[in-house]
Design a protein. Structure first.
Length: 408
């Protein structure tokens, strides 16, 4: 029986190979609808990243919201009977352990075992089964919130902050590693400005791969190396298209489809490795956009005369029953920042969606909701930018209802 066992990356790679050969992969038939976005966790609001994001995108769901069985129950949107779950795996910095006292597990009032969240010395690969928003009961239909900037405006900010040199003219679309220059046709030669920016960011992904992954195109002299780099930059472009609402088109990279399938067939781990590398590229590129956001936040804090916000939060041991100064907690489509802890278990809070400031008692319902969202939030092992909330589930694999089937 052990001979028939296949790891998750093998199963997902086999599905990707099949989709590539049938011409229906996320590369060949991408979802470019305005409502499309990266998958995220319904409880924490954090986006899934890397291999987990790719695995969920391959499910081709219109709803980007996902949750584990227990998270769906906590959200009072239980999983519909007969629904098929999707396995994802990721590295986690945390684990959930059962609390013991005098050798016996401590029970909650409802009889369940009390658990605590602890930080691991080394990240561990964990697995979880998640369900899509379309599979949850009493969940309102997904509607994407309007953005302040257009996709083209966001892309232009990224390009400007990247300091990349872009030369226009002719029909060539390439990143020249020797001169560190992106070469593109004039914007007017594209059907839409968004297509120009999608191509510009793809070439920026090549530039970032050379810097972040030490993969210069000059050294990629064989077809296999070229194919692997293009797999990573196309995955990065796919993720960026979901994040920025830019179109994704395989176009002139279609010739790599067969070589991608061959590479994955020879090494099933290559797809997940490529997705992880693509996430590093995306993190670096989106970091150029966050420079503006961080500057605006600092300016707003000065205007509001809250100097304490300029200081990084002091590192404290994790306490599941309280909030810490400086924490930013995604909840209900918004982000709440803990500005300060006052007397009598009262917190000074800030709603970052509209910069509204308010006080919150530990007896308020919002406190309980934020505490739960924080405690079960998902962590990203990459953690390259401490200001960035990631999209990985931090819980260990949960005991799931055995009546539900599994897909990849």
């Amino acid at each position: 029986m052990s001979n028939n066992f296949k790891s998750l990356n093998e199963k997902v790679s086999e599905k990707m190979i099949s989709d590539l050969k049938r011409g229906i992969s996320v590369f060949q038939k991408p979802d470019n609808s305005p409502n499309s976005m990266l998958p995220f966790n319904i409880e924490s609001g954090n986006r899934y990243t890397g291999a987990a994001a790719l695995t969920l995108l391959m499910q081709r769901r219109d709803d980007p919201r996902w949750a584990t069985f227990n998270q769906a129950n906590r959200n009072r949107t239980a999983v519909l009977a007969g629904s098929t779950g999707t396995f994802i795996n990721f590295h986690s910095n945390y684990a959930i352990k059962i609390v013991f006292e005098n050798g016996q597990p401590v029970l909650r009032e409802n009889g369940s075992q009390r658990t605590e969240k602890i930080r691991l010395k080394e990240p561990e690969l964990v697995e979880a089964k998640v369900f899509n928003g379309e599979q949850l009961r009493k969940l309102p239909k997904w509607e994407k919130e309007p953005q302040q900037l257009t996709p083209a405006e966001r892309a232009q900010v990224i390009l400007d902050n990247s300091k990349a040199v872009i030369e226009h003219g002719g029909d060539e679309m390439v990143y020249d590693a020797k001169s560190d220059t992106i070469v593109l046709p004039e914007m007017e030669q594209f059907a839409k400005p968004e297509q120009y920016y999608a191509e510009a960011l793809h070439q920026l992904a090549h530039r970032t791969a050379a810097q972040e992954l030490d993969q210069s195109q000059e050294s990629a002299v064989d077809e296999s190396s070229h194919s692997k780099i293009e797999l990573r930059t196309n995955l990065a472009s796919l993720f960026l298209s979901k994040e920025l609402n830019l179109p994704y088109d395989l176009n002139y990279h279609v010739g790599y489809v067969n070589s991608w399938a061959q590479v994955m067939k020879g090494d099933p781990a290559e797809l997940f490795n490529a997705a992880g590398d693509a996430q590093k590229i995306v993190d670096r590129i989106l970091g150029f956009e966050r420079q503006i956001a961080q500057q605006q936040e600092a300016h707003q804090e000065q205007q509001n005369e809250l100097p304490a916000q300029h200081q990084p939060a002091a590192e404290t041991s994790f306490n599941p029953d309280k909030l810490n100064k400086g924490e930013v907690i995604p909840y209900d489509g918004k982000e709440f920042k803990v500005v300060a802890e006052l007397k009598n278990k009262v917190y000074q809070m800030q709603d970052l969606s509209d910069n509204r400031k308010f006080k919150m008692s530990s007896k308020d319902a919002l406190f309980a909701n934020l505490l739960e969202a924080r405690n079960y939030s998902q962590e990203n092992v990459l953690d390259r930018n401490e200001a960035r909330e990631t999209g990985q589930d931090t819980s260990v694999q949960e005991e799931e209802n055995q009546g539900y089937s599994i897909s990849i």
